[in-house]
Design a protein around this ligand. Structure first.
Ligand code: ARG
Length: 437
């Protein structure tokens, strides 16, 4: 219940219930590896600045390395403290004695937590990019297996025009996730300034070389303005936005899948389909519905983080402590949703016959027929009306465009080539050929 971050000026001890409520240790312990990494770089900086001796630095570095090993092995129990930073310092004090009192020289938890967060976020970005790469590879394999199958593209939930499955897979996953991957590169750029050296709000008068420490930790530069560095959470906000964009793309693909399964055009295999507890015939697309639902929660995370940062004055405020809860949840949710969609791609397949029937039933060749007339010199609006009349006449008979015979098409003024469009798969391939390569 005690805290290192108190003096006579602060007053007596904290009320125990307030202490228990305000500690961030239950969630910021996840920053332990980054905190220890940042502290080791800080100790090397203290040595370079002559603020600790070689022997003191060696002892501090060894103590921090020991904590890192124990943490990695799951053997480290941290003492109750306000946060992970204080818990580490206290742990070190218990193990090393007075030399640990030099660890926090020229540093504040304000620049420390911002540094930990930047280190953690950079790792998270790389992990998300690797997860996107896995998904893109799975999408590519799916397109190789089934990409040639003609299927309906929908507008307004109705059959519009035939496309190849490869086009849909690329539109739903390939293109948007490749863009999200590039967005994450931009997020990495936002996270390329190391806050360490900014101190509490105005840096330090001690001769610490913040550029050298930044380089030591793999950043391009140190803090350029200490007031900005301790309060800036733009990298976290950009990262959560990127997560939400990824989740939205996955949710849209999931919505497509739910609809395509409902219409019998694509099917799941048992590995990713859930049953009903009552209805024995069910094979439900729960994986896709859960991804869509999880993406909705992610939207709340983005709003929560923006709200947390809104209206704070310049510099550090304790409100910022909660950024970690939202950030961790956003990253975990996005990583898991990416993994589940990647998994799903090995367990879905189109039903080519059902797709063909849907294209036929939906008169998907209407626009192709129209454009055939246009290519022969008929003004578009006239061609559009003529095909529309043909569709209406067929429907009045309970028939489809593909039920027309070749001679009926010729009689209606279509060129001989129109007969080939009665094969809806041919029509879809003919149209798709313009987008190949
Ligand atoms: N636990 C705090 C956080 O997560 C660390 C920084 C505390 N700084 C302070 N001035 N109380 O934001």
């Amino acid at each position: 219940m005690s805290s290192i971050a108190r003096t006579a000026a602060t007053g007596g001890n904290l009320d125990p219930s307030f202490f228990a409520w305000q500690t961030s240790l239950p969630f910021d312990r996840r920053l332990l590896p980054e905190d220890l990494e940042g502290s080791r770089a800080h100790v090397r900086g203290l040595l370079r600045a002559g603020l600790v001796t070689r022997d003191e630095a060696d002892r501090l570095l060894a103590g921090l390395a020991e904590l890192a090993d124990e943490a990695a092995a799951g053997r480290l129990t941290l003492p109750d403290e306000e946060d992970v930073h204080m818990a580490v310092e206290r742990c070190l004090r218990e193990r090393l004695g007075p030399v640990a009192d030099k660890l926090h020289t020229g540093r504040s938890r304000n620049d420390q937590v911002a540094t930990d967060l930047a280190l953690w976020s950079r790792r998270a970005v790389r992990a998300l990019q690797a997860a996107i790469d896995d998904l893109l590879a799975a999408a590519e394999r799916l397109a190789q297996r089934h990409g040639d199958v003609p299927m309906p593209a929908y507008t307004h939930r109705q059959v519009a025009i035939g496309v190849l499955a490869a086009t849909w897979i690329d539109a739903a996953l390939g293109r948007p996730l490749a863009r999200d991957r590039r967005l994450l590169d931009a997020v990495l750029d936002e996270l390329d300034e190391c806050p360490l050296g900014a101190g509490a709000i105005a840096g330090t008068t001690l001769p610490l070389d913040r550029e050298a420490t930044a380089a030591d930790l793999g950043f391009s530069r140190g803090p350029t303005n200490p007031m900005d560095a301790v309060g800036a959470r733009d990298g976290a906000l950009a990262l959560v936005f990127a997560c939400q964009r990824i989740l939205s793309h996955l949710a849209r693909f999931a919505a497509d899948m739910v609809e395509l399964c409902a219409d019998g055009l694509w099917a799941l295999d048992g590995a990713i389909a859930c049953g009903s507890s009552m209805m024995p015939h069910k094979k439900n697309p729960d994986l896709f519905e859960l991804v869509r639902g999880r993406a909705a929660l992610g939207l709340g995370d983005l709003a929560a983080l923006a709200a947390l940062f809104h209206g704070l004055g310049t510099g550090y405020h304790r409100d910022l402590q909660y950024d970690k809860i939202v950030l961790f949840r956003a990253i975990d949710g996005t990583r898991d949703a990416l993994a589940m969609i990647t998994l799903s791609l090995g367990h879905v397949a189109p039903d080519a016959d059902a797709c063909r029937r849907a294209l036929e039933r939906g008169d998907a060749i209407a626009t192709d027929l129209t454009e055939l007339l246009v290519a022969r010199g008929v003004p578009f609006r006239e061609a559009y009306r003529r095909v529309g009349a043909l569709v209406a006449a067929q429907r009045a008979k309970g028939a489809r465009l593909v039920d027309l015979r070749a001679d009926e098409l010729t009689e209606a003024g279509f060129p001989a080539e129109a007969a080939s469009l009665l094969d809806v798969a041919h029509a879809a391939r003919r149209r798709a050929a313009r987008w190949a390569g």
